[in-house]
Every structure is written in structure tokens, then in C-alpha cells.
Ligand binder design. Sequence first.
Ligand code: SIN
Length: 330
Amino acid sequence: MQRVVVLGTGGTIAGVAQAGMAEGRYQAGVLPVDALLAGRRLPEGWQASAEQVVAIDSKDLTWAHWQALAAALARHLAEPDVGGVVVTHGTDTVEETACLLDVLHDQRRPVVLTAAMRPATAADADGPANLEQALAAVASLAAAGLGGIWVAVHGRLWRARDVRKAHSHAIDAFDGGGAAPAALWDEAGGWQAAENWGARAEQPPLWHWLARQTPPRVACVFSHADADGWLVHAALAASQPDAPLKGLVVACTGHGTVHEALEAALKDAQAQGVTIWRSTRVARGGVMPADDAPWPATGGLTVGQTRVALTLQLLAPPQRPDVLAYLMAG
Ligand code: SIN
């Protein structure tokens, strides 16, 4: 028997509509992970245990929550009978957590994040099916000898670096920003490998390293019509010696262009030691590298994922000298 550990972090998957709440309203992160797991079908040959790591609405996620999750993953993945882990999460920032874990994981065993768009008390709750699909994904990946970080939602399994929330309320809310899913859930109730089914090379884990890190201040700024760089100059003026602005992610137009006025302000920031990376505000296709572009392009990473990657890069993680190249590879 192998064991899958289910780590609860909250989210709509654990959401409950309380008495007196208006139609369609609910509170995220209420139900304990044990209750989510109760009655769920387990893959054959697997047993499950659960731990509540945090219980939050993922819009309120902090660095400390990530450290708690990393510590729990380190503890459980050190157990020889644990074949993989499922993390229940809110949809709002699951792509950021997946990106962070992808950099930290040793890639040896599967860790599958899942989420839901409807609270557990809704008549059309999608959490139970998504959780069963995530449990099955752990078993399928382990059987194929694949580790890594994945997100299973609504019948699709995504690589961590591709996944993003692409619809604010549809039940089928996630896509790959132009990248294909790694596997598709079939009618018979199993995962069928698709285009991006594969694994990264094994790495030393960085779970304990994260516990010792204080994140540098990294912010995001949008390029848009009539941009004038005011926000960048305001951020520079407000930068404190004990928590200076260290990084800026610019959500570019198109495949990586920046309004000339904002670009001038970003160059001022760069001259003051701020690292700039380019993502895009466009939903699919990502940012192209360009020889004449002043700052690195972060491929298909979303703005939020780019902020995670730049934060980690500024912390200089051991064994991952180039976080962006690491995320893009494999
Ligand atoms: C959250 O991200 O925790 C709330 C929203 C959701 O899970 O859909």
C-alpha cells in the first residue's frame, strides 16, 4: 500500500455558504481537509491521510503560508510510504503556489494541487470530483515514475509553469496560456497522457532553504495606454532602507512591449538597482525574447508567476542559479 497525503490550505473547495449570506456568497477555507477527503474514492492500492496546513482564502496568501506548506511537504515527502501529495488550494493564487513549489521540489514524487470554483455546499460543487481526479493523478503519475508539481482541475492536468486561472467564475476556469494539458480525464475515470506529460530532472529539494528566507520586495506594474511611469517613481520614492524595492515585473502589452514613458521610468528603477522582468497582460502566447529588449522575457509565465520566479531569483536559491531557465526547461 502506498499513501497519498492530502494537505489542506483552504479555498473555495473548502468553502461554505453560511446561514444569512446572500445568494451565491460563501466563505472560503472553512471545511477541514478531513471532511473534504471523507467518502472520496481512492486509487486502488492507495490509502490516504490528511493534514490541515492553513485555512485561508488564497487571495490572502503570504510568504509565511508558503513556508508552512513547504515545511509540511518536506515532512511528508520524507516518509518512505508516501507516494505523493495532493494540496487543496484556492483557485485565485494556485498558479503562483504551483510555480513556487516547482522551483523548490526535488521532482521525485508527484505533488498535485487541486481547487474548485464552487463551494462545498453548492448543489453543483466541483470540489469532490476535482479532489478525486487529483488523487488519481498522484497514482497515475507515480505508476509512470513521474514526480513534479501539477495542477488537476476540471478534467485536465497541467504542468505547474503553464497553468493559470483564465475565467473568473466559469466552472472550467483554467487553461495553459496556449500550452497543452499534460493529461485529460477520460469518461471511464482515468487520466490519459497528453502532450506535456513528462518530468524534470531530479534536484536537491529546497524546502528547508525557503524556511530561512525573507522575501525581497518585488512588485508588479502594468503597461497601458497613457502610462507615464508615475507609479514606478512613487515606488522608488517610498522604498525603505530596511525593505527596499528589489524587483519589478512589468505586465507588458502584446508579446512584451512597454509604453515608452513607463520604459523610461523602469530604466530609472534599474539604475537604482531594481531588477526588471517582462511578462504580458495578454492571456495566451507569452512574452517573446528579443535581442533589443532591455529586460528578460518570462515566456508563458503569468504576471503572478513571474513575480514568484523573480522573488526566488533575487534570493539566489542554491542549485537553481537561473530560476527562469529552470522553470522553462523540461
Ligand atoms: C480562493 O482562492 O481561496 C478563493 C477562490 C477560489 O478558490 O475559487
